[in-house]
Design a protein around this ligand. Structure first.
Ligand code: NAP
Length: 469
C-alpha cells in the first residue's frame, strides 16, 4: 500500500530527477567558472555594462539552474496521484487509476535579446526544460550570436561531464532555422521572449502545424502603476524617484518596465519627476534595431495630439534619452489604441485621473499586462478593494507599494499575464509545469508502473491517495 506522508523524500532520492539536478548544478558551476570569458563577450555584443549588470545576470542564471535542480529533489513536481479501485464510487464503480507527469518532449527555446544569460542559451526556459527531462534546441538571439554559441559549448560540456546524454542541448542560429525547428515534427513545445509581432507569428506557426504544439510566449506589456491621492500626499517625491529609476533601469529594456503611471489630477509632482529624469544617465540600447524601434514608437507617442512631453533630456552620443509623457485620463481613453502600445526603452506615460470612475475607465481601456502596481496608504483599502477584480483580470502579478522591475525567482512567483502580455508563461519553478504532460495508468500491474506510482512508494513521495494528502 502507498502511504501519504513526506518522510525522507530527498534522502531516499528520486533517482532520475536527482541525477538531473546534478546536471543542472554542473551547468551552473561551469557558467560561473567561465564568467571571465562570457561577461566581456556579452558586454561587447549587447552594450550592457559588465558591472553590476552582466555579472549579476550570470549569477542569477547559475542560481536559476540550481533552483530548478532543487525543485526536482522532493519529487513534488511529479504530482503523483493514486486512486485505488472503488466499487462504491458514487458515480459508479471506478478502476484503479494513477497519474503523474512525464516530460513533454524536445523543447525549442527562442532566446531573448534583453537577457543574454538569464533568458538565453543556458537561461530560464532551458533550465526548466532540462529539469523536466526534455532535450532543448535553442534558437540563438541575433543580438548576441557569439555569446550564444560559446555558452552552448560550455553548457553541453558541463552537462555531458555530469552524465547527461551528449545531444541534450543544441544551439541553432538564423530566422529560417528557428522556423524550420518550430515546424519539426519532433519538437513538442516552444517558448519565446520578444516582441508581440514576432511572438504572434511564431505562435501561429506552432498552432498551424499538422500537430499543433504549446507555445509559451512572453511578449509585450505596459505594466500600469496606480498611485492614490493619499500616497501622493504621504510620499509623492519618493514615489516619483522610485518610478523614474524603475522605468529607466537598463535603458527601459525590461518586460516589467512600468510604462504607465496613473496619478491624481493636481498631483504637483511634475517638477520632481522632471528633475529625477534629468538626473539619469543616458544609456546605450542593446542594438541599433532595438534603438530604431524605440525611436519609432516614441515618435508615435510624442506626435500624438493627446500627449505632452514633460521631460526629455538631450541624448548624448550613442545613448537614448529617457522620456516622460503626460495625458489626461479622458484623452487616454479616447486615444487608447495608439497610446497603450509598449514602447521598449526608457519612456513612460503619465495618465492623470480625476476620480475613481476615471481610474476604472483607464483600466478598462488597457490591454492585459505582466504586472499591475498600486501605491496606496493603509487608510485607503476601501478605495483599492473595488479595483482589485479589474487589476487581477489585467495582470499576472500585483505589486503593493513597490516596483515591478526585478523579478525574484521563487516558488510563488508568477511571471505572465493574459495575451498580449504572454500566451501563458511563468518564471521560476512553476515554469516546469509547462513542459510536463500528465499521463494516467489504468489498472496497471504494479511492476509496470513508474516507481512514483507503485504501491510501495519507493521514492517516498508526498502523494494524493484516494483524494487525500
Ligand atoms: P523579436 O524581433 O520578436 O525576436 C525574438 C526572436 O524571435 C528572435 O530570435 C527572432 O529571430 C525570432 N523571430 C521574431 N519574429 C520571427 C518571425 N516572424 N519568424 C521567425 N523568427 C522570428 O524580438 P527582439 O529582437 O528581442 O526585440 C524586438 C522587440 O521585442 C523589442 O523592441 C521589444 O518591443 C520586444 N521585446 C520584448 C521583451 C519582453 O521581455 N517582453 C524582450 C525583448 C524584446 P531573428 O531576429 O533571427 O529573425
Amino acid at each position: 500500500m502507498g502511504h501519504n506522508h513526506r518522510g525522507r523524500a530527498a534522502a531516499a532520492g528520486v533517482a532520475v530527477t536527482v541525477e538531473r539536478a546534478a546536471w543542472l548544478r554542473a551547468a551552473a558551476s561551469a557558467l560561473e567558472h567561465a564568467a571571465g570569458e562570457l561577461v566581456p563577450l556579452a558586454a561587447r555584443e549587447t552594450r550592457l555594462p559588465e558591472l553590476p549588470r552582466l555579472h549579476a545576470e550570470l549569477d542569477r542564471t547559475a542560481f536559476q539552474l540550481r533552483l530548478f535542480g532543487h525543485t526536482l529533489t522532493d519529487g513534488e513536481f511529479l504530482c503523483a496521484t493514486v486512486d485505488h479501485a472503488d466499487p462504491h464510487w458514487e458515480m459508479g464503480a471506478r478502476p484503479d487509476l494513477r497519474r503523474m507527469v512525464v516530460p513533454i518532449g524536445p523543447v525549442l527555446v527562442f532566446a531573448a535579446g534583453n537577457f543574454p544569460f538569464a533568458l538565453s542559451v543556458a537561461g530560464h526556459d532551458t533550465a526548466a526544460a532540462l529539469a523536466a527531462g526534455c532535450p532543448v534546441v535553442v534558437k540563438a538571439h541575433p543580438g548576441h550570436p557569439e555569446l550564444s554559441v560559446r555558452t552552448g559549448e560550455i553548457l553541453v560540456d558541463a552537462l555531458t561531464w555530469a552524465g547527461a546524454p551528449p545531444n541534450i542541448v543544441a544551439v541553432i542560429c538564423e530566422t529560417e532555422a528557428g522556423v524550420a525547428a518550430l515546424r519539426h515534427e519532433e519538437i513538442a513545445a516552444a517558448s519565446f521572449t520578444g516582441s508581440v509581432a514576432g511572438g504572434r507569428a511564431l505562435f501561429d506557426i506552432a498552432a498551424a502545424r499538422p500537430r499543433p504544439i504549446p507555445f509559451y510566449g512572453e511578449l509585450g506589456s505596459l505594466n500600469p502603476v496606480l498611485v492614490t491621492p493619499g500616497a501622493v500626499r504621504a510620499r509623492g517625491p519618493e514615489i516619483a524617484a522610485g518610478y523614474v529609476s524603475s522605468f529607466t533601469l537598463g535603458a527601459g529594456q525590461f518586460c516589467t518596465k512600468p510604462g504607465l503611471l496613473l496619478l491624481p489630477e493636481g498631483h504637483g509632482l511634475t517638477g520632481t519627476l522632471r528633475a529625477a529624469v534629468a538626473a539619469t544617465h543616458g544609456q546605450p540600447m542593446l542594438d541599433d534595431r532595438i534603438a530604431e524601434g524605440y525611436h519609432a514608437t516614441l515618435a508615435g507617442l510624442r506626435d500624438d495630439p493627446a500627449t505632452e512631453v514633460i521631460s526629455a533630456p538631450d541624448a548624448v552620443a550613442d545613448t537614448v534619452e529617457p522620456t516622460l509623457l503626460r495625458v489626461t485620463a479622458d484623452e487616454f481613453v479616447a486615444a487608447a489604441p495608439q497610446l497603450r502600445t509598449e514602447c521598449f526603452g526608457p519612456s513612460s506615460l503619465i495618465v492623470e485621473y480625476t476620480d475613481t470612475t476615471s481610474i476604472h475607465r483607464v483600466l478598462a481601456a488597457l490591454e492585459p499586462a505582466l504586472t499591475a502596481t498600486i501605491h496606496a496608504e493603509d487608510t485607503e483599502y476601501d478605495t483599492i478593494r473595488p479595483l482589485l477584480p479589474t487589476l487581477t483580470r489585467l495582470a499576472g502579478r500585483l505589486v503593493w507599494n513597490g516596483w515591478p522591475t526585478g523579478i525574484t525567482l521563487t516558488w510563488a512567483q508568477q511571471h505572465g499575464g493574459p495575451y498580449p502580455a504572454t500566451t501563458t508563461t511563468s518564471m521560476g519553478p512553476a515554469a516546469i509545469d509547462r513542459v510536463l504532460r500528465p499521463v494516467a495508468w489504468q489498472e496497471f500491474p504494479d511492476a509496470l508502473l513508474p516507481p512514483a506510482l507503485r504501491d510501495a512508494n519507493p521514492w517516498d513521495l508526498l502523494r494524493r491517495i484516494d483524494g487525500k494528502r
